[in-house]
Design a protein around this ligand. Sequence first.
Ligand SMILES: [Fe+2]
Ligand SMILES: [Fe+2]
Length: 170
Amino acid sequence: MLPDIMAAALNEQIKVEAESSQIYLAMASWAEVKGFEGIAAFMFKQSDEERLHMLKLLKYVNQRGGYAVVSALDEPRLDYSSFSVLFRQLYEHEVKVSASINNLVDIALTHKDYATHNFLQWYVSEQIEEEAQAKVILDKIDLIGDSKGGLYMFDNDMKNFTSQGHNIVQ
Ligand SMILES: [Fe+2]
Ligand SMILES: [Fe+2]
């Protein structure tokens, strides 16, 4: 049985992951309309991944005798004034998510919920990946600046970019 405080915190995280999915989806739609196919494809894929993060939590809460709540989501508020600004927000968002995962680990340990602690390890490693990936993309974008040719190539690279392989830095 999940401690109540743990169930509540995991439910909060369900919302965080669902909102992450919406954020990536909003960026995907923006990139698609702007004609950046590669960036859009990457964002759509990320959006799906965040939904899977959400589902995994939802199923875990229910499996442990809790009740996973599907709540209303905040609308993504994003500044699209430049790619650099946009990808910085993405990076900062992932850093924030890492902090909330760390907080969940903290609650699990404080309440001796070792099953949840074990479950959360997947999210800990996943966040290392996600933060690193967001940072690689941000560094790349900062390097390119407003160069049209650079952005064109960047968009092409993004088609091959996956969360596993950081082939964009090669
Ligand atoms: Fe996530
Ligand atoms: Fe993420």
